[in-house]
Design a protein around this ligand. Structure first.
Ligand SMILES: Nc1ncnc2c1ncn2[C@@H]1O[C@H](COP(=O)(O)OP(=O)(O)OP(=O)(O)O)[C@@H](O)[C@H]1O
Length: 273
């Protein structure tokens, strides 16, 4: 717990803060007339305020299902899920959700795509516009406020989606492979920006990824899952500083050790397939 206490001191929240997300002994089964899939089995995870948790595991091991449980989009078959200290019993509004595909409206410019979140929530217009402008600046989209999605690069489209997910200042942001469709260099850039945005906003983030470097670079903790039925096999805590320049972080022995361990675990878990 030492690493978490130190991180707490750097970002503000009390070191002994209660979990903001709590998944306790959750099993998740999808049953149809023809089949039953156990997506998750006895998964427990507590995320504290201000943490950046990455989730890595083989395809189909239940990573997206874990995010959907927290968002209240999928019910747990067994076990409990709590968000902000309250049981999750249906879709949660007080979160941000970002997906692999940015899902922007083609006919709306950048700023109006971001403000869609405000319209859906009936947010105060002035407050939403101020917040949108701040996020546009924070994500380097200044000058592109009116550009349509097809006029933007893939990385820029993901930045717009990120702004939209953060517009209502959710304390928890869930991200499902948000940078998976980007080329390697753009992905590195987005990782650097994501680290900065996380530090500047203090948002608690849970991000699902297939990428070993992304999982280790972004995560203050890295949750490693087994093949389906997904169980947590290990949680890595490399102890890297919160502020991470890309090159120096990748050269850090703590990064190398965590990445090697993660590769081992994922390699081992791929073997039976
Ligand atoms: N609504 C659903 N109904 C039936 N089965 C489902 C449903 N959602 C997910 N599953 C199954 O549960 C398992 C876990 O799916 P999930 O999408 O959570 O995995 P994942 O780890 O995110 O996969 P990937 O890395 O390929 O995106 C899969 O076998 C999937 O087919």
């Amino acid at each position: 717990m030492t690493a978490t206490a130190e991180q707490g001191a750097a970002t503000g929240p009390a070191p002994a803060a209660e979990p903001i997300i709590e998944v306790s002994h959750v099993t998740c089964r999808f049953t149809s007339r023809r089949s039953e899939t156990v997506a998750l089995e006895d998964v427990s995870l507590a995320v504290r305020p201000g943490e950046f948790v990455t989730v890595a595991g083989p395809s189909g091991c239940g990573k997206s299902t874990l995010l959907k449980l927290v968002a209240g989009l999928v019910p747990a078959t067994e076990g409990d899920v709590r968000l902000y200290g309250r049981p999750v019993t249906g879709p949660q509004r007080e979160i941000g959700f970002a997906f692999q595909r940015s899902a922007l409206l083609e006919w709306r410019g950048v700023r109006r795509n971001i403000l869609l979140q405000a319209e859906m929530r009936g947010m105060d217009r002035r407050r939403a516009e101020e917040r949108a402008d701040r996020l546009i600046e924070l994500t380097g989209l200044t000058g592109f406020e009116k550009a349509l999605p097809h006029e933007l690069s893939g990385g820029m489209q993901q930045r717009v989606a990120l702004c939209r997910a953060l517009l209502h200042e959710p304390r928890v942001l869930l991200m499902d492979e948000p940078f998976g469709a980007l080329d390697a260099l753009t992905r590195e850039q987005m990782n650097t920006e994501m680290n900065r945005i996380w530090r500047e906003t203090g948002t608690t983030v849970v991000l699902v990824t297939h990428s070993v470097p992304e999982a280790v670079y972004l995560g203050s903790r890295i949750v490693v899952m087994s093949p389906r039925p997904g169980r947590i096999v290990e949680i890595l805590e490399p102890g890297l500083p919160e502020h991470r320049e890309y090159g120096p972080t990748l050269a850090d022995p703590r990064f190398a050790a965590a990445a090697a361990r993660l590769r081992d675990l994922l390699g081992a878990s791929h073997a039976p397939e």
